[in-house]
Design a protein around this ligand. Structure first.
Ligand code: SF4
Length: 203
């Protein structure tokens, strides 16, 4: 497999990307265009970015193997949108085996086939749902949320809600507390129990 660009690899993240000590590996590339995107380098040129194959990334991050095993952590793929790189993640799973936890931070704004392929090898999903109201989502990301919500419903049935945590932000100038409460209520109806309500900070 060809080496692909990453916007960063960050070690020793404790209980931020799921349980235990994790290394966050953030892919370049994202289908959304969030107005307050914290990672604009994921849309920029790739010339200066570090590239990894599954093998070279595994060689780099395995230095923390003992932390991963001891704490129940592992690697978290973010971005950008990691489910645009499902083939990479599947190859990485073959290298690290079952001992490491693999988590993704995703918007689920990708084709269903990518979610299905990912679900076979990923342990836990952190889903940034933005807002479940289609008009708010479109205004904030430039895209429809139809695909994300349909993929979330599928993922709940395929993996079980215990493997999914949904992040529901308050987005200044785009949604309100009442909007966010409606999103939370819909997520509860769908069967989601792990919900992280937080506030975007606009810089
Ligand atoms: S999903 Fe994340 S990386 Fe993509 S545009 Fe939105 S904030 Fe940026």
């Amino acid at each position: 497999m060809e080496a692909v660009p990453f916007i960063g690899v960050s070690r020793h993240r404790i209980n931020i990307d799921g349980k235990g000590v994790n290394t966050l590996a953030a892919f370049h590339g994202c289908p959304l265009r969030c107005r307050y995107c914290l990672n604009p380098t994921c849309f920029g040129k790739t010339d200066e970015l570090t590239r990894y194959t599954p093998e070279t990334l595994f060689d780099y991050v395995r230095i923390d193997n003992i932390y991963f095993l001891y704490t129940g952590g592992g690697i978290c793929f973010g971005g950008g949108e990691p489910l645009l790189r499902t083939d990479f993640i599947r190859e990485f799973r073959k290298l690290c085996g079952d001992a490491w936890k693999i988590t993704v931070e995703t918007s689920l704004a990708v084709p269903r086939s990518s979610v299905e392929a990912a679900a076979e090898v990923i342990d836990d999903f952190i889903v940034d749902i933005k807002d479940t109201n289609p008009d708010i989502y479109k205004a904030y990301t430039g895209c429809s949320n139809r695909r994300s919500l349909q993929n979330l419903r599928w993922l709940i049935s395929a993996k079980g809600a215990e493997h999914i945590m949904v992040r529901v932000p308050l987005i200044p100038n785009f949604n309100t507390d009442a909007d966010r409460d409606r999103s939370v209520a819909l997520l509860h109806e769908m069967g989601i129990t792990q919900i992280d309500k937080f506030n975007y900070v606009v810089r």
